[in-house]
Design a protein around this ligand. Sequence first.
Ligand SMILES: Cc1cc2nc3c(=O)[nH]c(=O)nc-3n(C[C@H](O)[C@H](O)[C@H](O)COP(=O)(O)OP(=O)(O)OC[C@H]3O[C@@H](n4cnc5c(N)ncnc54)[C@H](O)[C@@H]3O)c2cc1C
Length: 391
Amino acid sequence: MAGSVSYDVVITGGGIMGCATAYWLVRTAPGLRVVVVERDPTYARASTTLSMSNVRIQFSLKENILISRFAFEVLERFEDEMAVGDRRPRIFFRREGNLFLYAQGQIDAARRAFELQRSLGCRVEWWSPKEVRARYPLYETEGIAAATFGPDDGHFDAYAVLMAYRAKAKALGAEFLTGEAVRVLTAAGRVEGVELASGETLRAACVVNCGGAWAAELAATAGVKLPVIPVKRQVFALDTAVKPEGPLPLTVLPSGLYFRTETGGLILLGKSMPEDPVGFDFRWDEKRFTEVLWPELAEFVPAWDRLKIVRGWAGLYDVNTLDGNAILGEWPGLKGFYLATGFSGHGLQQGPAVGRYLAERITGASLSLNLSIFGPERILENRPLSEGGIV
Ligand SMILES: Cc1cc2nc3c(=O)[nH]c(=O)nc-3n(C[C@H](O)[C@H](O)[C@H](O)COP(=O)(O)OP(=O)(O)OC[C@H]3O[C@@H](n4cnc5c(N)ncnc54)[C@H](O)[C@@H]3O)c2cc1C
């Protein structure tokens, strides 16, 4: 007969959100019985391991900027703080910058975001097209009206960060279980735990849904309807005949096409497009690059008219169709049911702040950074967060 085990907190999904939340819970409240249920501990399809691993200060919503500022702090000291015994993670945090390029019609929103970032004490520079060319002579800046450069932005090894959170949470007492949560158990307006595909039940008065692009499916079993859909995004790894002299920042064109240098002299490139398929589809398609993205790339970097596609992959954004921002906190009609989903393509860098926030909310600790602006009430009230410019 399938058994039942009791915990204080059950976390469904062990990607960056699940692992960071588990870590912060056991760090904030030692002795708390926390379990993370993850159906695939290889993380082959988790967005965390399929992402571009970028962290940037360049957002236009204050809370998103503060979240990234905390991520910078965490990443700087991560290798020391997350050591377990003599095992020290190596996360290869490289601050190679993010460069956003704007067409004339985007300047006002970009200027507002820039002023906001600066007012919060962030390092961001406003560049003319001439300055862009001087720094990156490979770039053709026709049609570019201005740019912003964030020298502190950068990227890191997402898998290493994930594994480090997992190992540290475990060392501090959190449990990790391989299994699939198939149903959220509820009674009288409260959660009571989750049922696993194995038939086993995990009992807890607090369930945190960190299921990424799958989160809405599990939430629906408790009657909670989330505006979160899985959208396929593709990344291409390119070997260009002409190599840049040094690392290139994550460069974002006015159309949204983006690329950056990767170790081994490769370029990683992607672009979110309105026709990207909705659903759990992980096939990647070379033609998408050769027919659609390459012509645009070669116009901006003429030297890259000769290159090879080395590989590519597809992963999922958990797109919040209401406003493209995170949904964080306790669902109003269901006590103890917490959500961390809807990150819409920028969640990896939000893991540290989200984990800390949820742990503080759940344990009743005072809030280090109040993220209640992302509360799920806004879904029920149909009140999107309004943000201009860079989400
Ligand atoms: C191509 C691409 C590029 C990206 N680039 C960036 C970037 O540069 N910077 C950035 O900050 N973000 C980026 N993102 C977004 C970022 O990867 C995500 O926002 C973030 O990783 C979400 O983490 P998560 O833990 O919520 O989800 P995931 O990493 O997807 O983890 C969810 C986990 O839950 C498990 N799960 C789901 N349902 C269940 C269940 N019922 N039972 C048990 N287990 C379950 C899944 O197996 C999965 O492992 C990118 C995403 C993609 C796809």
